[in-house]
Design a protein around this ligand. Structure first.
Ligand code: ZN
Length: 142
């Protein structure tokens, strides 16, 4: 199942942020909670070789643009094959958010298998997203 990420939206300017915040960073206005789909596009990524305590090195992090334009920082198993604009899905493991590159088909399969009953529908979504990713790659390599 695709994770739901709790975010919030400003009723005044429409800014969407994740994780949820009480007040808009631009306006003195209380934000409205929204649920965002845990999938998006890589905006930026990096690898830390001196990660924060409790994390193993190398430590991969990425800024993922969610629907509504919220930027969301999450961790990843690897950044190999990743590029700006790559579509990733986000999975929460013990309250830590991880991104999975849809190009990393094996990893994605593992993930979808765990989705159980929703797995078939999710696999169809994964296939169509993977196809879209491949098309984007072909376009990029031309
Ligand atoms: Zn605002």
């Amino acid at each position: 199942m695709i994770e739901t990420i709790q975010g919030s939206r400003c009723p005044a300017c429409g800014l969407t942020v994740a994780p949820a915040a009480a007040f808009c960073p631009r306006d003195p206005v209380q934000m409205t909670p929204v649920e965002l789909e845990g999938a998006g596009e890589i905006v930026s990524f990096t690898t830390l070789y001196s990660p924060p305590a409790g994390f193993r090195s190398p430590f991969h992090i990425a800024l993922v643009l969610l629907e509504g334009g919220a930027g969301f920082i999450c961790h990843g198993a690897e950044t190999r094959g990743l590029r700006i604009g790559s579509r990733v899905v986000i999975e929460a493991v013990d309250d830590v958010y991880y991104f999975y590159h849809l190009g990393a088909v094996d990893r994605a399969r593992l993930f979808w298998r765990r989705a159980g009953r929703a797995g078939d529908r999710m696999q169809a979504i994964a296939r169509s997203l993977a196809k879209r990713v491949r098309k984007g790659r072909e376009r990029a390599s031309r």
